[in-house]
Design a binder for this molecule. Structure first.
Ligand SMILES: Nc1ncnc2c1ncn2[C@@H]1O[C@H](COP(=O)(O)OP(=O)(O)OP(=O)(O)O)[C@@H](O)[C@H]1O
Ligand SMILES: [Mg+2]
Length: 210
């Protein structure tokens, strides 16, 4: 079983998007995939419940820490979605269970500066410090042709204690498909090809850690 914890102190940075898109990818690969939604908003739990016939199912569990113990024994991939505003103390029970931590970051000064503090605190956690729990940053909602996105990525690379392993473009496909309980990996069409490519470095990074 591989457990990915998706977390950030910042709201709206793409935690639930990361969780649901990765879930659709692994489900499409035939992996038994579960989402544990520790956020009371229940975005990714509802997304799992919404998945229509014709796409592989994802088990959605609400309620965090206890839900982790309720996972079927044959679960292969687990994604933990967490609420904004959590600090490393709130995350402790999930950090213990996680194999990797993913932190989405938006390319704006406010988001970057708020996230850097969270990353520093994450770096102080025992398993992270000892190199036992890898952490990756994922640039999200990037408009690669803008200075703002380029400057934000450069600042992250310079100041963040963890690597930026993928850059996801800003795309309405995420918004539209999420509302249907789907992800970009549920489609083979040309329209989402570029978006799918954006995820490859992250998928490779996760594979290497596992
Ligand atoms: N790459 C993207 N392109 C376009 N829209 C995006 C992208 N990533 C996320 N969004 C949209 O931004 C909004 C916030 O994303 P999401 O809900 O994943 O963030 P979150 O970190 O889970 O938020 P919260 O802190 O409220 O739980 C959503 O409407 C989502 O569809
Ligand atoms: Mg969310």
């Amino acid at each position: 079983m591989l457990t990915a914890l998706v977390a950030s102190s910042k709201g709206g940075c793409g935690k639930s998007t990361l969780v649901t898109q990765l879930a659709s990818h692994w489900a499409q690969q035939g992996r038994r995939t579960a989402i544990v939604d520790a956020d009371r908003q229940g975005s990714s739990y509802r997304w799992a419940a919404l998945r229509p016939d014709g796409v592989p199912g994802v088990l959605g569990l609400e309620g965090g820490r206890k839900a982790l113990q309720k996972l079927p024994a044959d679960t292969e991939r687990v994604l933990v979605d967490t609420p904004a505003g959590t600090d490393e103390g709130d995350l402790a029970p999930y950090l213990d269970q996680a194999d990797v931590v993913l932190v989405p970051v938006l390319p704006s000064a406010f988001d970057l500066n708020a996230t850097l503090g969270f990353l520093e605190r994450l770096r102080g956690i025992g398993r992270v410090r000892r190199g036992k729990l890898p952490v990756a940053l994922v640039g999200n909602r990037l408009k690669p042709w803008t200075h703002a996105s380029q400057d934000a990525l450069a600042q992250l690379a310079e100041e963040a204690p963890f690597p930026v392993v993928a850059q996801l473009r800003d795309s309405q496909a995420y918004v539209l498909l999420s509302a249907l309980g789907k992800g970009i990996f549920d489609y083979g069409s040309e329209q989402v090809r570029n978006q799918q490519q954006d995820w490859l470095p992250l998928l490779r990074w996760i594979k290497r850690q596992a």
